[in-house]
Design a protein around this ligand. Structure first.
Ligand code: B1M
Length: 206
């Protein structure tokens, strides 16, 4: 069945095949929500499990995430009015002020979307005030902060402090970040990679 083909193509990281199967599925009249839930998300879940079991590593996750993104790009514009996608929760994500690195953040976003979460992306160079504003506007359950520079880690502390009153859970990550740093600044959790970030989000949602 075409949804299984989408899932398999995503697991293989075959971007072109994912795109052509998604188009075929749409031509056959399948709902965008079914393509996302039973094809793309279902494939990404397998990738998450294989990564956790150390059967595959980050480069393979990146390739699968890329294929997922290609499929999502085709179906997402058609989602308006399709109410079958039940979001598992909302996450506001951004790279902190002064930091322009977004490859890791985008990977975390794709994995979260691939696991059924609604993600609001604040982009890069996002100041603490921007996160506070986004929390007021979107009422997320979790906020995710990414930083790749030792010099921008201090912005995480500022942002965690600024968000304290809102009661929202904050997870942090990025190459220089450690669990100890997360504890020191009062963040609710630290994830070393995109797959763990999804587990952590589920955990923070209780
Ligand atoms: Co920059 N850079 N860079 N850079 N860059 C690093 C980070 C650096 C380690 C390179 C080095 O010197 N060896 C170094 C930082 C040194 C330090 O602070 N200790 C560095 C530097 C110094 C700089 C500039 C200052 C260089 C300059 O201009 N003199 C400058 C800063 C610009 C700025 O931000 N203000 C700069 C610029 C750039 C580019 C623009 C050229 C480009 C970024 C392009 C982009 O992101 N769109 C870039 C790149 C590509 C890198 C390296 C090579 C790769 C980063 C990357 O994308 N990794 C990097 C060296 C390296 O890491 N090998 C480097 C792949 C990505 C998938 O991994 O981002 O770690 P990562 O994300 C992982 C996890 O960390 C985690 O999940 C991801 C997937 O597993 N994760 C989270 C990330 N965010 C998370 C959030 C979570 C949970 C998990 O929850 C919310």
């Amino acid at each position: 069945m075409i949804l299984d083909e989408i899932k398999e193509a995503l697991i293989e990281g075959n971007k072109e095949k994912v795109k052509s199967c998604v188009r075929q599925a749409l031509d056959a009249g399948l709902a965008p929500s079914a393509i996302i839930n039973d094809g793309l998300i279902s494939g990404m879940q397998v990738i998450g499990v294989r990564f956790r079991n150390e059967e595959i590593f980050m480069p393979e996750v990146l390739v699968a995430a890329n294929a997922m993104q290609a499929g999502m790009n085709i179906v997402k514009p058609l989602l308006i009015g399709d109410v079958e996608i039940a979001s598992k929760g909302t996450v506001v994500m951004g790279t902190v002020k002064g930091d322009l690195h977004d490859i890791g953040k985008n990977l975390v976003i794709i994995m979260l979307q691939g696991s059924g979460f609604n993600v609001i992306d604040l982009g890069v160079d996002a100041a603490a005030e921007k996160f506070v504003e986004a929390v007021k506007q979107h009422r997320p359950q979790v906020v995710g902060l990414s930083a790749l520079l030792t010099t921008t880690m201090a912005q995480m502390k500022r942002t965690v402090e600024a968000l304290k009153q809102s009661g929202v859970k904050v997870m942090i990550g990025g190459a220089p970040i450690t669990k100890k740093f997360a504890d020191d600044i009062g963040a609710d959790g630290y994830a070393p990679d995109a797959v763990t970030a999804v587990d952590l989000t589920r955990e923070l949602l209780g």
